[in-house]
Design a protein around this ligand. Structure first.
Ligand code: GLN
Length: 534
C-alpha cells in the first residue's frame, strides 16, 4: 500500500511548495522509491485551462491532455512520475462530480454536505491518482495558504485521510516563511508559530517544517520553532533561497530530510544518491563562462510564471550546450509600436512561445520577419509557429494580409484556420486539441537532426492549425513541412531551407524537457544560436 506525504503552506503564498514537493519526490526516487505527485487547487474552476495567464501563470499539459497547474511541470521535470488528469484536483472538479452524482440520485436521499460528501470525494480522488501504478509514496500538495476559507475542505480531507491510514502511512510537511527583519538583524519565528497554530486548530500537526528563509536559520531559531510547534529539532528544516531551483533536493538531503521521511513512514530503502543530478544540473552550469543572448517575444513577459516551462526548457538546453543564457523578455506590443531591430539587435536566437488573442500579434510577425531575414536562429512554438506561417505567407508568398482566422475571420488568405474537429465545439473548457499526438518527421530535416528519429510524440494545446490548402504554394517558396500527424495529416512542424535554423512547431516541446534530459529542439536551437554570429 502506498504511503502519503501531505504538503501544506503557511504565512504567505509563493513559498515554492511546488518545488519543495518536487524536490521531496526527487529525493525519494534517488532512494529507489517510486513516487507520484498530486496538486490540489482550492479554486472553483474545474481546471486552469480557462484562466488568463496573468491570473494563473502557465497551463501545463499532460500526455493525456489534461490542462493542469504549473506545479505539475515541476513534478515532471524533477521526477520520473508520469502524470495524468488524476494528478490535479480542484474544488471545481470535486463539486462538479458531487453535484452530478446528486443529480443522478446516488446519495440516496441524503442531504449532501461538505463533510462527508465533499471530503470523501477528495479522498477518493487522492486515492485514484495512484491506482494500478505500484507507487511507494504519493506526495500531495495542497495549494493556497493555511487559513484560506477555500482550502478548508482539502485540509479536513487530509486530516481524515491520515487518521484512517494510521501511523507510518502518512505524514504532514508544512512549508512556512521565516522572515529576516533587517533592522533587528534577526529571523522571526512567530509567523511560523501562528501558522502551525492555525493548522493545529483544525486537527493537523505537522511532522516536518520546511522554513523558507533568506538567511540561514540559527540553532536557536530552530529550537524555538521545534519547541513551540511540538516537534523534534531535526524536523525543522531550512529551505534557504538558492540560485537554481534544482539545488533544492541537495539542500534538503544535506539536512537529512530524506532519511527523516523514510524513518517517519517506516520505509526500508537504499541510502540514496543524488550525485549525478548535483554534478550535471547544479555544479556544471556554475562553471560556464560565456553568455548567449536569446529573446523570448511574447505577450506575458512581465509574468515569470506565464512561460515557466519555456524558460526551464531553455535553461536545460543551455546546460547541454555548456553556456549561460541572457534571456531578453520582449513584449511583442513594444515591437509592434516601433521596430523589431530596436529590440532584437544583437540577439542570437529568437523564440516565440504559444498564446491566444490578437494583442501583440503584429509585433510577433515583425519579430519572425527580422529573424528570418537576418538569419537569426528562430524557434516558434504553437502560436509562434502560426505567426511564422503568417509572416512567410505575407512576405515571401505575397499573400497580402494573410492571417489566422483566430484574428481575422474574413481574411482573404486564411493560412491558419480552425481545426475541423473544432468547428462544432461550443464550450470553452477542455475543448482544444489537447495532449500527446504522434508526429512523423521528414528525414534530413532540422527536426529529424535534433530528434534523431522519425516518430515522436508531443503535447498539443490549440484550436487552429496550418491550413493545408496553402501547403503547396508555401512549399514552392521554400517552407518545408518537416513534421506531420500521420492520422490527420496535420502540419506539425515547418522549417526554412535557406536559413541556419528556423524551426516552428504546432506542439509544445517545452513540456517534455528535463534538466538532466534537455529537449532536443531546445538543445539544437541553442546549439545553432551559439554557432551563428550575426
Ligand atoms: N491560439 C492558437 C490556437 O488556438 C495557439 C494556441 C497556443 O499557442 N497554445 O491554435
Amino acid at each position: 500500500m502506498a504511503k502519503y506525504i501531505f504538503i501544506t503552506g503557511g504565512v504567505v503564498s509563493s513559498l515554492g511548495k511546488g518545488i519543495a514537493a518536487a524536490s521531496v519526490g526527487k529525493l525519494l526516487e534517488s532512494k529507489g522509491l517510486k513516487v507520484t505527485l498530486i496538486k490540489c487547487d482550492p479554486y472553483i474552476n474545474v481546471d486552469p485551462g480557462t484562466m488568463n495567464p496573468f491570473q494563473h501563470g502557465e497551463v501545463y499539459v499532460t500526455d493525456d491532455g489534461a490542462e493542469t497547474d504549473l506545479d505539475l511541470g515541476h513534478y515532471e521535470r524533477f521526477t520520473n512520475a508520469k502524470l495524468t488528469k488524476d494528478n490535479n484536483i480542484t474544488t471545481g472538479k470535486i463539486y462538479h462530480s458531487v453535484i452530478s452524482k446528486e443529480r443522478k440520485g446516488q446519495y440516496l436521499g441524503k442531504t449532501v454536505q461538505i463533510i462527508p460528501h465533499i471530503t470523501n470525494e477528495i479522498k477518493e480522488n487522492i486515492k485514484k491518482a495512484s491506482f494500478g501504478k505500484k507507487v511507494d509514496v504519493v506526495i500531495v500538495e495542497i495549494g493556497g495558504t493555511v487559513g484560506d476559507i477555500e482550502g478548508l475542505p482539502f485540509l479536513e480531507a487530509i486530516r481524515q485521510f491520515k487518521l484512517e491510514l494510521g501511523k507510518d502511512y502518512a505524514i504532514n510537511i508544512h512549508v512556512t516563511l521565516v522572515p529576516y527583519i533587517k533592522s533587528a538583524g534577526e529571523t522571526k519565528t512567530k509567523p511560523t508559530q501562528h501558522s502551525v497554530g492555525t493548522l493545529r486548530e483544525i486537527g493537523i500537526t505537522p511532522d516536518i517544517i520546511l522554513c523558507r528563509t533568506e538567511k540561514p536559520l540559527s540553532q536557536e531559531a530552530r529550537s524555538k520553532i521545534a519547541l513551540f510547534c511540538n516537534m523534534d529539532k531535526e524536523a525543522v528544516i531550512t529551505a534557504i533561497d538558492v540560485k537554481s531551483i534544482y539545488e533544492v533536493p541537495g539542500c534538503f538531503q544535506l539536512q537529512g530530510l530524506d532519511k527523516l521521511i523514510v524513518r517517519m513512514l517506516n520505509i526500508k530503502c537504499e541510502d540514496g544518491d543524488l550525485s549525478l543530478w548535483n554534478s550535471q544540473v547544479v555544479k556544471k552550469p556554475k562553471s560556464f563562462s560565456g553568455i548567449l543572448p536569446i529573446a523570448v517575444v511574447g505577450k506575458y513577459i512581465t509574468l515569470q510564471d506565464a512561460y515557466k516551462s519555456i524558460y526551464e526548457a531553455l535553461a536545460h538546453g543551455a546546460i547541454e550546450n555548456g553556456i549561460k543564457l541572457a534571456i531578453h523578455k520582449i513584449d511583442s506590443e513594444d515591437i509592434e509600436k516601433s521596430s523589431a531591430a530596436k529590440y532584437l539587435k544583437g540577439i542570437r536566437g529568437v523564440l516565440i512561445p504559444g498564446g491566444f488573442g490578437n494583442r501583440g500579434i503584429e509585433g510577433k510577425i515583425k519579430a519572425v520577419q527580422f529573424a528570418r531575414e537576418n538569419k537569426i536562429p528562430f524557434f516558434g512554438i504553437c502560436l509562434g509557429m502560426q505567426t511564422a506561417v503568417i509572416e512567410f505567407a505575407r512576405n515571401v508568398c505575397k499573400l497580402n494580409r494573410a492571417h489566422s482566422t483566430e484574428f481575422s475571420k474574413n481574411t482573404k488568405y486564411p493560412v491558419i484556420s480552425l481545426l475541423d474537429e473544432q468547428k462544432a465545439v461550443k464550450v470553452k473548457g477542455a475543448s482544444m486539441r489537447l495532449g500527446a499526438y504522434e508526429c512523423a518527421l521528414r528525414k534530413g530535416s532540422r527536426a529529424h537532426e535534433a530528434y534523431r528519429k522519425v516518430k515522436i510524440f508531443e503535447r498539443h494545446r490549440h484550436r487552429y492549425e496550418f491550413n493545408s490548402q496553402y501547403r503547396q504554394i508555401m512549399e514552392k517558396k521554400g517552407l518545408e513541412v518537416s513534421g506531420f500527424n500521420p492520422e490527420g495529416k496535420l502540419v506539425e512542424i515547418v522549417e526554412l531551407k535557406d536559413h541556419p535554423w528556423f524551426v516552428a512547431c504546432q506542439f509544445h516541446p517545452e513540456f517534455k524537457s528535463k534538466p538532466d534530459k534537455a529537449h532536443p529542439l531546445f538543445v539544437d536551437f541553442i546549439k545553432y544560436s551559439l554557432k551563428e554570429k550575426n
